[in-house]
Design a protein around this ligand. Structure first.
Ligand SMILES: [Zn+2]
Length: 449
């Protein structure tokens, strides 16, 4: 048994390389990835724990404890990074009043997300990428706003990772806007995310992708005993909840249930994350979230944006949503000593690689079509050049219908491509790419004549 366990553990760290994959890294992204510090992440998690509780209904007046002190500290940190970015990073509160719901919000409460907004440099590129963690915490009783609720892994880990991304990335310039968010009231019912998603929709932000990092620091799976610091899960829905009947009909007849925008975004994160972070296997989970559970990406999905969730591979439920205590010799509670900071660093780096590559890329090609005017065993695609930075070319991406990831990328410089592979048997997409290899998200073609 002992040997068997050892064998499985050894294999899990080894990825078979079955075919040649070209790894082309951009020096500036590699540099940013390397700058993400586990020491900074750990310091932020430990600082967040010192506020004793970050319950969204806790005290807002004290300078040292409660959610008010916590959000002021996060904002002051963002403002500190802003100085190092020549003032380009804007540190702001996103303020709203959450009405009482008789469940988890007993009185109308002023709540605040903390935003670090890094505007893009290309006025013709209106894409916005949002990356979040939630800074609120809870103990066993979600309505106990006084008891110690460290929330080190859930979700100071995600918050600290996002703060570290803001610190590193704000020193660099990108084509489009990136917003770093510490979300409030996830535990009360995703209220911070719901408010920001609504604001994004009403303000017509072109949110091209939203990532929530929630519970990204534990590497030990309770009950199973699995230890895993080499894998991370990305949850994505395949079909948008806001699709119209016409879109549903088109999806059904083209078999595109595995190609919704959130699924495309997750696929992109796996490809680019693994390009820059060694010894990290990004697992695509074909589900909106864990079974019957939710997170801050969901309100964004409900507004029609591509929202995904990033979470550790194995969870430890003795350390989530638990009042800190010892019971029958078992330690309960979400304490900072249980977070594996080197692992959180890898997950943060995967986020950074994805966001940097996207925000440095040209915009997606427009009006991407797959020609259906006559029956043929070839595939003909056409598209238009995007606004903003001119792409150096495009990748036509291709995969087997049963493959989770793109398997081939054909580089073309024009805006049309003919391939000797049938659209009946493969899935195709098109992405823009610049001279340094930064790819846009993949656009799925629509039937065209
Ligand atoms: Zn959480």
């Amino acid at each position: 048994m002992k040997y068997l366990f050892f064998l499985i553990f050894s294999l899990s760290g080894f990825q078979a390389l079955s075919q040649t994959t070209i790894v082309r890294q951009d020096e500036s992204i590699k540099k940013m990835v390397d700058e993400v510090s586990d020491k900074n992440i750990e310091a932020s998690v430990r600082k967040l724990v010192t506020f004793e509780t970050r319950n969204s209904m806790s005290d807002t007046l004290s300078a040292t404890t409660g959610i008010g002190a916590a959000r002021n500290w996060i904002r002051s940190e963002m403002a500190r990074y802003s100085k190092e970015s020549d003032g380009r990073l804007k540190a702001e509160f996103d303020v709203f009043t959450q009405p009482a719901d008789g469940r988890r919000v007993m009185v109308p409460t002023v709540m605040k997300n903390v935003l670090g907004i890094l505007p893009g440099t290309d006025p013709l590129d209106d894409r916005v990428f949002i990356v979040s963690g939630h800074y609120d915490s809870r103990a066993s009783d979600v309505n106990d706003a006084k008891i110690f609720a460290p929330g080190a892994n859930d979700d100071a880990s995600g918050t600290a990772a996002v703060m570290e991304l803001a610190r590193v990335m704000s020193k660099y310039k990108f084509n489009c806007t990136i917003i770093f968010v510490a979300m409030v009231a996830e535990e009360q019912g995703l209220f911070g995310a719901a408010n920001l998603a609504k604001r994004a929709k009403e303000s017509k932000w072109n949110v091209a992708g939203m990532i929530t990092n929630d519970i990204i620091g534990n590497t030990y799976g309770i009950e199973t005993g699995l230890k895993d610091n080499n894998s991370v899960r990305i949850f994505s829905e395949g079909v948008s909840v806001v699709e119209t009947p016409a879109e549903a009909a088109a999806r059904t007849s083209t078999g595109s249930e595995n190609d919704g925008r959130a699924r495309q975004f997750a696929r992109y994160m796996k490809e680019v994350g693994e390009r820059y972070v060694d010894q990290l296997d990004v697992k695509l989970i074909y589900r909106r979230d864990r079974y019957l559970r939710g997170g801050d990406h969901t309100p964004f999905s409900q507004q029609g944006f591509a929202g995904v969730r990033v979470t550790e591979m194995n969870e430890n439920f003795d350390r989530q949503h638990q009042t800190v205590r010892k019971e029958n010799g078992v330690d309960y509670g979400d304490l900072p000593d249980f977070v594996d900071y080197a692992y959180t660093q890898k997950v943060a780096r995967m986020n950074l690689a994805t966001l940097a590559n996207l925000a440095l890329s040209p915009r997606e090609p427009e009006n991407v079509g797959i020609i259906t005017s006559q029956l043929t065993n070839k595939t003909v695609l056409k598209w238009e050049k995007p606004k903003g930075e001119a792409p150096a070319g495009y990748y036509v991406v291709m995969r087997e219908t049963s493959s989770p990831v793109w398997e081939r990328k054909f580089f073309v410089t024009g805006t049309t491509a003919t391939l000797n592979y049938s659209k009946d048997n493969y899935v195709f997409g098109v992405q823009s790419v610049d001279a340094d290899g930064h790819e846009s998200l993949v656009v799925m073609p629509k039937p065209a004549r």
